[in-house]
Design a protein around this ligand. Sequence first.
Ligand code: BJW
Ligand code: ZN
Length: 257
Amino acid sequence: MTLAQLANSIIGRMSREVGSQIAQARAWLAAARRIAVLTGAGISAESGLPTFRGTNGLWRQYRPEDLATQQAFARNPKLIWEWYDWRRSVHAQCAPNDGHRALAALEARCEQFTLMTQNVDNLHESAGSKKMIHLHGSLWSVRCTRCGREQVNMQVPLEPLPPLCECGGLQRPGVVWFGEALPERELRAAVAAAREAEVFLVVGTSSLVYPAAALPRMALECGARVMEVNLDATELSAVAHMSLHGKAGEILPQIIC
Ligand code: BJW
Ligand code: ZN
């Protein structure tokens, strides 16, 4: 056998394996009555939003403790707001992709469906997802550090910076920083959905940040089939029933139909 024939036969075997994985994933999703999905920054990467830990990830450029903690905000609220204002302006230019749309279609045909996201963008909603759990808050919400009032603010760029509440208090981004508790109601709903799911689909997350990273593991313990869609292997890959490697915007439409 020549080198070229050997290479062709390996490529052929690999694509047959991927094909059978796709068919299996599609069958599991089609048969399940209760589906839970956890998404991370990877699903929005094809819409033009940077991830946190990848090659061009935000945490390659910036240190999380300098930008995503209460201590950093207390030290220099204007700097933190400048960073979030820049991210809001990038997000405002982005549109959902085929991955977001496939998940919205899955929700429409599934009896009991829960979509939980770690993302602070609103691309799932823009794609038509209805029942959403935002585990890490939203880039479009602001919360007063004095009176606690939370509101949606879509202004881009924000004026003045840092923004102030009607009570005169300083507002902060409505996102969850390191060391902060996740919103209680959302986390409780996510845990319940993970425990009840027959299939738990994990998309575009490094599965490194807790407590969100614990959700697929809870689902596993409760007997769910856990499938992962990611460009690369992650912390979850070793225990998941299936890891589909590739772009979410290409794989999700193939397994959801
Ligand atoms: C593709 C793709 C394509 C690319 N298709 N795939 C040890 C020390 C210190 C702290 C801790 C510790 N151990 C645990 C902790 C706690 C900490 C934590 O987990 N830290 C770890 C990093 C170690 N967690 C917390 O602090 C949380 N709170 C908490 O635990 O509270 C306890 C408490 C209880 C009661 C009272 C008080 C406290 C809070 C975590 C908050 C995380 N916040 C951030 C920032 C949000 C705001 C903002 O955006 O600015 O959330 S950090 C960042 O990471 C963001 C994300 O939601 C989160 C997860 O990232 P994600 O989505 O996984 O992105 P990446 O970049 O990591 O991965 C992208 C993936 O996509 C990659 O795998 C790619 O391969 C893939 N990909 N393109 C498919 N096209
Ligand atoms: Zn206020």
